[in-house]
Ligand binder design. Structure first.
Ligand SMILES: *Cc1c(COP(=O)(O)O)cnc(C)c1O
Length: 460
């Protein structure tokens, strides 16, 4: 057998170990960070390693790596494992294409374009729409900001920024907005953080008032970022009302749906994005709600010319055959680009658009289960709102940071905390569509049992 065949056998053996381990210990044996290099042999050395030792070391690494696919991981805006998507990603690794040209990617170009075309239809964009797969939601937001900047002042692509541009986003939006303002040459100080209402949604009247003030001061309003699923509460900014303003003042509207933009697949929840077709760009992460492996982020633009104007380049060593519609490097940030489309396509192809809808709807059902439980148990306080898959709560006045850290250090369950306005709380995310109602109820059970056994947590 070739090395490749042998390693695939080894791969299957290791995956069996991992899947079994996930069943036995849904929370990985935690290695304290200050003992990491003693606990496990991560060293790289001059001599080659013999196969048996190599295998043992790989097992050690697998077993002690945090498990994000199990029914006790609620820490992040991703979780679980859609097996058909995993299959696609494994094939992408074997094929090892790069998405820049048809010459090198062949049908993978069509796979990516089909996802983009269908997504644009769901968003309600017109015949000139298109998009690309950036490295993640942060990069999607960055590409949107660059297009907005170039649309406002095309000359800045050659001569740099010459106008005092400002951009707008809610206080609750993702932190990438701040970094992106700096990367784009606009500057972090030129972000206007618009106040959110009691439910975490941007207040359109505050946005308009700020734009009016900026115009009076000679600033150039350039970009509004609306969030579809804020990182802490999972709130949806009111896109229609925001679009009224961006159209009136001729400002680029980007909808950051990294977290919850996948509601485009759901007849029941699509209304949360009402007005999204009026935006200039929209992004969503299939590696969040849709459960593909990391990363799978898609940015769509209503007018593909904008994408081309900001990101195209000429390179005759690269683009040697076929037209621009097939050479996707003409509209991407990177040169060499990983195939993030195939894993999404294998999932979508196998479960159908209705299957994706069920994945999304199931997460909202699980969120309802969690909110009902909290509302029906007096020891809990709920801080978040309906129509979100983030459930924010506190238990028995226990300090949420102390509780989350203790749950993690004792390998009970992995969950994080967040804050909104003056409150800090535990944030449970029901994004793992492999979970069942019982898994959500079990989360509360293990939390309560742990708190019972750990009286030091309860304030006197
Ligand atoms: C996760 C998230 C991002 C960042 O996406 P990455 O893929 O992690 O870079 C941006 N915006 C929102 C609202 C998010 O939830």
């Amino acid at each position: 057998m070739s090395d490749m065949n042998n390693d695939l056998v080894l791969f299957n053996e290791l995956v069996d170990v991992l899947l079994n381990e996930e069943k036995q210990h849904p929370v990985a044996d935690r290695i304290a960070s200050d003992t990491l290099y003693e606990a496990i042999d991560l060293s790289l050395n001059a001599p080659a390693m013999i196969d048996q030792e190599f295998k043992e070391v790989l097992k050690d690494v697998l077993v002690s790596t945090p498990k994000t696919a199990t029914n006790l991981f609620f820490n992040q805006l991703f979780g679980g494992r859609q097996s058909k998507a995993v299959l696609g990603d494994l094939l992408a690794v074997m094929l090892n294409n790069s998405m820049y040209t048809y010459k090198v990617a062949g049908p993978q170009v069509g796979i990516e374009q089909e996802i983009i075309r269908q997504s644009c239809n769901l968003v309600g964009y017109g015949s000139q729409s298109n998009g690309t797969f950036p490295t993640g939601g942060s990069m999607s937001n960055y590409m949107a900001l660059i297009m907005a900047r170039d649309a406002k002042d095309p000359s800045c692509r050659l001569t740099g920024i010459s106008k005092p541009m400002v951009l707008y986003t809610s206080k609750e939006s993702h932190y990438s907005n701040a970094k992106n303002a700096s990367f784009a040459g606009i500057g972090r100080n030129n972000i206007r953080y618009i106040q959110a209402d009691a439910a975490g949604k941007m207040i359109p009247a505050k946005l308009e008032a700020q734009i009016v003030t900026d115009l009076a001061n000679g600033c150039v309003p350039t970009y509004v970022n609306a969030t579809a699923g804020t990182t802490v509460l999972g709130a949806f900014d009111p896109i229609d009302a925001i679009a009224d303003i961006t159209e009136k003042y001729n400002i680029w509207l980007h909808v950051d749906g990294a977290y919850s933009g996948s509601v485009i697949f759901s007849a029941a929840y699509r209304h949360l994005l009402k007005g999204v077709e009026r935006s200039q760009s929209f992004s969503y992460n299939a590696h969040k709600m849709l459960g593909t492996p990391m990363t799978c982020s898609i940015i769509l633009v209503n007018d593909k010319k904008q994408l081309h104007d900001s990101f195209s380049n000429e390179a005759d060593y690269l683009y040697q055959t076929d037209g621009d519609d097939f050479n996707l490097g003409k509209t991407s940030f990177q040169c060499g680009r990983r195939n993030d489309a195939l894993k999404f396509w294998t999932l979508w192809k196998s479960v159908g658009t209705t299957g994706l809808e069920q994945i999304v709807d199931h997460q909202f059902e699980l969120a309802d289960v969690a909110r009902d439980y909290i509302r029906n148990h007096a020891d809990y306080t709920l801080y978040s709102f309906d129509d979100s898959i983030s459930i924010c709560f506190n238990y028995k006045n226990i300090d949420p940071m102390a509780l989350c850290t203790a749950l993690y250090e004792h390998q009970i369950t992995v969950v994080g905390f967040g804050s909104f306005k003056e409150e800090t709380f535990i944030r449970l995310v029901t994004i793992n569509a492999n979970n069942k109602k019982e898994d959500i109820l079990n989360f509360f059970k293990v939390l309560e049992e742990f708190a019972e056994k750990t009286p030091a947590l309860i304030p006197v």
